[in-house]
Design a protein around this ligand. Structure first.
Ligand code: NDP
Length: 304
């Protein structure tokens, strides 16, 4: 029977461990502060920002939500980031992506001061990651590493396959696994015979954004599977395919008319993996926990 890697429980552990560090800062200096910039009214972004702000407040941190219209210019957004860079009470600046088309996202990424870049996306921090030097790490891959560590999953010498090469998940994930001494293969849409490459994996990370794409023929029996994908299924035929063998998912679809599924087929994963992250409740909660951890770490370094 596969072990379920419970992201919600690990999220709680991480947040509990942050509380005394936050209290110490609040008593001796000041609360750690996170500014979240939300441009426009993208409903998914609104949900992400709301939960980031709420977690901050629940932990007793300073949280500032800055809303800007979707007609904003790059110059105005850079100006706002400049102000936050100069503010003493702000330790982390997060610009919620995606940004409207007219905004130069690369310029925005470069504008956030590296020591306040709690998303770990600034090229300076990416360079530090490549060099395995201390710096804020991208939250989703950092959360996955924390989960693997706390679940005592051995990585040294293991065959790890990461499917997806995005700057926010796939690439940093592969580097972190490499630094943990795994033998790492990165796959993408041009990879030949993806099932055969994935079948080599003792640790398989799926971060492709393709609903239940990874099925039994991709999975080495006994693999540890980390399913990063978050895909909402509303089509009944697709739901029938992805919910097959998962009564709880079938029930969720029948009740809500939609169901959240990762990049790995849920029943195949449960049957073949030795341990896996469920969707939802696996990787997602860790992303927020690591954002909080990066902000506290930034405050501690800046106030040391
Ligand atoms: P991107 O769309 O930026 O990247 C997807 C990657 O998957 C690309 O490298 C792409 O290859 C690769 N890919 C797509 N289709 C295939 C295929 N058929 N075969 C092999 N490789 C393929 O996505 P993200 O990295 O931003 O996100 C990935 C998933 O993770 C999404 O579902 C997203 O919602 C989820 N996510 C979840 C988070 C969480 O907290 N749980 C946080 C961030 C993301 P190529 O480069 O060749 O195009």
């Amino acid at each position: 029977m596969a072990r379920i890697l419970d992201g919600k429980a690990i999220n709680q552990q991480i947040l509990e461990e942050l509380k005394p560090r936050i209290a110490r800062l609040a008593q001796t200096r000041r609360k750690p502060g996170l500014a979240v910039i939300l441009v426009g009214n993208n409903p998914a972004s609104e949900i992400y920002v709301r939960s980031k702000v709420k977690t901050c407040v629940d932990l007793g941190m300073l949280s500032e939500e800055i809303r800007m219209p979707d007609t904003i210019s790059t110059a105005d957004l850079l100006d706002r980031i400049g102000t936050l860079n100069r503010r003493e009470d702000i330790d982390g600046i997060l610009v919620q992506m995606p940004l409207p088309r007219q905004v130069d996202s690369r310029a925005v990424l470069l504008a956030v001061q590296p020591d306040k870049d709690v998303d770990g996306f600034h090229p300076y921090n990416v360079g530090q990651l490549v060099a395995n030097a201390p710096a804020p790490r991208a939250c989703t891959p950092a959360g996955i590493m924390e989960m693997l560590k706390r679940s005592r999953i051995e990585l040294a010498g293991k065959e790890a396959v990461v499917v997806g090469r995005s700057d926010i998940v796939g690439k940093p994930m592969a580097l972190l696994l490499l630094h943990a001494h795994a033998t790492v293969t990165i796959c993408h849409s041009k990879t030949h015979d993806l099932p055969a490459v994935c079948r080599r994996a003792e640790i398989l990370v799926a971060a492709m954004g393709r609903t239940a794409f990874i099925t039994a023929d991709f999975i080495r029996p006994g693999a540890v599977i980390i399913d990063v994908g978050m895909n909402r299924v509303t089509d009944p035929a697709e739901a029938a395919r992805v919910c097959e063998g998962s009564p709880a998912k079938q029930a969720a679809f029948e009740k809500n008319g939609s169901v959240l599924v990762g990049d790995v087929h849920p029943a195949d994963m449960a049957e073949l993996a030795s341990a896996y992250t469920p969707v939802p409740g696996g990787v997602g909660p860790l992303t927020i926990a690591m954002l909080m951890a990066n902000t506290v770490q930034s405050a501690e370094s800046r106030l040391a």
